[in-house]
Design a protein around this ligand. Sequence first.
Ligand SMILES: *Cc1c(COP(=O)(O)O)cnc(C)c1O
Length: 452
Amino acid sequence: MSSSDPRRQIPRTDALLADPAIAVLAAELGDAVVRAVLSDSTARARAFELPADGVREHALAALQRLRSNPTTMRPVLNATGVIVHTNLGRAPLSPAAVAALVVAAGYVDVEFDLTSGLRADRGRGTLAALLAAVPGAEAALVVNNAAGALSLATTALAQGRELIVSRGELVEIGDGFRIPDLIASTGVVLREVGTTNRTHPGDYEAALGPASAAILKVHPSNYRVQGFTREVAIAECARLARGHGIPLIADIGSGVLRPDPLLPQEPDAARTLADGADLVICSGDKLLGGPQAGLLLGRSELIQRLRRHPLARAFRADKLTLAALEATLRGPRPPVGQALHSDPVELARRTEALRAGLVAARPDLADHAKVVPADGAIGGGGGPGVALPGWALSVSGLPLPAQVLSARLRTGTPALVARNDGGCTLIDLRAVPAAEDAVVLACLQAALAGDH
Ligand SMILES: *Cc1c(COP(=O)(O)O)cnc(C)c1O
């Protein structure tokens, strides 16, 4: 390195660490993180990607970003119109649930009675909220997720014996996760009855015998069997199970607790219990709109058996989950419910405003941005085939290919995931909080200009 080499001007790590602004961030983020950032910034200066006198600013900007988001996960604006998007983390939490997470992050009385100073039932406030939401349930239990709830229930109630399930209900949820494989892995013998499209009460009756431990009903939450079909209703299965002195377990999937007029096909916990199911299983982060969790509701005696099973500890819900779930249950309608019940007129108004904002900034795009009818979807969370009427901004016919525009939107800040439909990029505001519409516009303008 010659004496005139600009790289001689690159500040030393020690000098940067002594910088008051950087020292403050080091106290917050930890030395190791700060050293890694400084080493990255100085390496860039050595590679001539940064001027030597820009190292401090570059490092400070990176540290500020880390302070506002200390993870590698990036927030995403979901403009796909798919409400419960598994790849985007399913349900976004309500502000109440987010506030609950912050409270539960510290020491909390999750398993402690402050009056007596003694140990108390874990998550009792959450269970009370669940029982208040579903008064027909005698007792409740919360575990990690619905798959955990199902494993615990089949292990505790049917291990070494037979579980009777219709062939029309052998569901694969996604990413290769198959309910029959899960059940078989718990050492339960799966006794399949009926056919893919038709199962009759007589099919269950013929299978019931001394080896039967329970009947399982699984809601086909992500597909529909249409045409020449027959399924045996919960009430009929409950009657058959009772006749043999065994429980009926119902995996209803999406976590609708009470009937919703928008989802007439979706079983809800209250109705399923009223129809005679002994144990209902569902997810917390699908249509319920809460954190990832598996909810078990039903007869006290069964819930007690699950609670006391050694595996219960392995599926135990975290205090953060319990807090966010309680706030979701007690609080206002969470984002999933809001997106589901979005008024199409309001969606049209927001989409028109987005278009107007874009065209005001870019009059040349007037013929390329249109408000078009577009159905939203519930997604992996349930309601297969349910189309939610709404609107989207369709951007098309640009020299910029739709794939490139979508890729720029995804890699912008914040990231925005749109829907590709042929040569069009569709921006659907259904699952975007209305307060973020201006951010969507900014993302779109940046991506169209290519400057982010
Ligand atoms: C989604 C789903 C599950 C799995 O739920 P997780 O909470 O993801 O574990 C199980 N059964 C049905 C019917 C489902 O829809």
